[in-house]
Design a protein around this ligand. Structure first.
Ligand SMILES: [Zn+2]
Length: 199
């Protein structure tokens, strides 16, 4: 790949993004226009997008801590139309073989499924990441849960992480602010959608 960076879009799915969703993140509708701008920019500049997708089974253990959400195949599990590229590919949360490289090669969007807050629980994630620059612009929901886990996991792996602060939303404002500070202390840079899309 020739471009210097990738975009990383966290869990922009109906159950989190839409008021009718079962785990609605209050600030989510306010970031949709920025998500649209980021996806458009990625498409126009051929920047690969990695997207995580919460993908639960019925009676998932996580539903003891959170309301039922993002059950695989349900409407709530779908991405917003603006965060779904036409030629995307899905990497399930089970170990893939050597065909993985071919499967993701040249795709504008690789959707990595997960059943936990931390996307790095998907056994394919490090294999996927081998094929991209170690420079990520990160956005999505929710700031203090899955965005935080992604940012810290990427930093631990030595990635440059630019957190797009006007394209993330928190469940709890205060916890969101605390998490942004924690991500900053872990070496993440804070940027805006305009900064990322005006290079
Ligand atoms: Zn979940």
């Amino acid at each position: 790949m020739t471009h210097g960076m990738i975009f990383w879009d966290v869990d922009t799915q109906f159950d989190f993004m839409e008021p009718a969703g079962s785990l609605f993140v209050k600030g989510a509708p306010a970031i949709v226009e920025n998500l649209r701008a980021l996806f458009r920019y990625a498409r126009d500049h051929r920047i690969p997008i990695i997207s995580s997708a919460d993908t639960h089974v019925e009676d998932d253990p996580e539903f003891r801590a959170f309301p039922r959400h993002c059950v695989k195949g349900s409407p709530g599990q779908q991405r917003l139309p603006v965060t779904l590229a036409e030629d995307h590919v899905v990497v399930e949360n089970k170990k893939e073989g050597p065909e993985l490289e071919k499967k993701i090669q040249g795709r504008p969007q690789v959707i990595v499924e997960k059943q936990a807050i931390d996307v790095f629980t998907n056994p394919n994630i490090d294999e996927v990441l081998k094929h991209y620059p170690k420079d990520v612009a990160l956005f999505g929901v929710a700031t203090e849960h899955c965005v935080r886990a992604t940012a810290l996991g990427l930093r631990r792996r030595g990635f440059r992480v630019r957190l797009v602060t006007d394209a993330i939303a928190a469940v709890d404002e205060q916890q969101g602010r605390n998490s942004i500070r924690e991500m900053e202390e872990a070496g993440c840079e804070l940027v805006t959608t305009r900064e990322v899309t005006s290079r």
